[in-house]
Design a protein. Structure first.
Length: 336
């Protein structure tokens, strides 16, 4: 009997990033760097989560520019639009549609426990909108439409991913098998890059203190200046520990960009001052980001070429999303 040779199916990966400002070193080390390595091994879908961005007030002109720029940056990182599906979330209406079905199967109580909602509603006290509250349901829809096995995210998104899993399990139990229950994929180093000005808070592109974050597209001078100004303690001892949150954050960053272990870094800088260490961190970060910035500067010049790619991406994404969405609709009892 002839043997049928079957190529094993690649595992599926899905992740998204918000175009809510300049993407930071935190986004890069916590998420985007992983996307690049994963595209070699997995069947990947990546999106610019523009619907998520309007949970906080956005200026329309700036938002449009940020969506373009975020899409271009994904390409500049080396993500291949032919090999992967790379699209803009709002171009695939099934995200918002599935989000409604899921909302009606999600409890108010479980949403109320989300720490990001608590943080963001405190920060934007004059605009605590319903979208900000139910945002994890839209995120669950983003994920579940594509039936991924793995979702690469930074540590701050772990709670949202757990909710997406809970929603999927509950829906499947109620209506029959529709969704795959995905696993989080959180990097070992760089999963939580902290603010350079307050190392107890995560580095965030929406932080108004511009010295607190490094943008992927910052110039070398700006990057080094921001690291020189990074808040550290007065111990002057390059040592990783809980009490030295500022210097530990810099060690994490240096480790993530150089691949050196914490012990190697402590040895390399033993007896040296913080000043020297901060410059070394700044330079290695700038060297890591420089080729991305150079590629970005080229890609962003050609809006027409970008448009072709994001439209193709949306078509590919919608083909998959529509199937899952209609299956969910049918199971819930809608007439198709
Ligand atoms: P905002 O700062 O506007 O709240 P954000 O940067 O937290 O936005 P996204 O742009 O959607 O949110 O994040 C994209 C990815 O980057 C997510 O996987 C998130 O976990 C990761 N990420 C964001 N900030 C950090 C950080 N400081 N350290 C590590 N990973 C991060
Ligand atoms: N909520 C995420 C961005 C995001 C996402 C997703 C991540 C939106 N949809 C789906 C992974 C999968 C954030 O704010 N970092």
């Amino acid at each position: 009997m002839s043997e049928i040779l079957q190529t094993p199916q690649k595992k599926k990966v899905l992740s998204c990033i918000q175009p809510s400002g300049m993407l930071t070193l935190g986004n890069y080390l916590g998420a985007l760097k992983n996307w690049c390595t994963m595209q070699e091994e997995f069947d990947c879908t990546f999106a610019v989560a523009d619907l998520h961005a309007i949970t906080v007030r956005q200026d329309p002109t700036k938002l449009r520019a940020q969506i373009y720029s975020t899409y271009a940056l994904l390409l500049a990182l080396g993500l291949d639009p032919q090999k992967n599906t790379i699209f803009i979330q709002s171009h695939v209406p099934e995200h918002a549609c599935l989000s409604w079905l899921l909302s009606c199967n999600t409890q108010f109580g479980e949403m109320s426990r989300m720490t990001q909602f608590k943080d963001k509603s405190a920060k934007h006290a004059n605009n605590v909108n319903v979208g900000l509250f139910s945002y994890p349901v839209l995120m669950a829809a983003d994920i579940l439409l594509y039936k991924p096995d793995l979702v690469p995210v930074g540590a701050d998104q772990k709670q949202h991913l757990e909710i997406a899993r809970d929603i999927a399990i509950r829906f499947n139990n109620l209506y029959g098998d529709v969704f795959t229950v995905p696993d989080a994929y959180i990097p070992k180093t760089g999963a939580r890059v902290m603010s350079l000005q307050d190392p107890t808070k995560k580095m965030s592109k929406s932080d108004e203190n511009l010295n607190s974050w490094v943008a992927i597209l910052d110039s070398k001078d700006d990057i080094i200046r921001k690291f020189k100004r990074a808040v550290t303690d007065s111990n002057a001892n390059v040592h990783f520990c809980e009490e030295q949150a500022g210097i530990s954050n810099l060690i994490t960053i240096y480790s993530a960009v150089t691949g050196k272990s914490v012990a190697e870094i402590e040895k390399e800088f033993s007896g040296k001052g913080y000043g020297e260490f901060k410059i070394a961190v700044g330079e290695s970060v700038a060297d890591t980001l420089a080729p991305i910035k150079a590629a970005y500067d080229e890609i962003i010049k050609d809006k027409k070429a970008l448009e072709v790619l994001y439209k193709q991406g949306a078509e590919k994404a919608e083909y998959v999303a529509r199937k899952t969405y209609f299956k969910a609709m049918k199971k819930v009892g809608f007439v198709l």
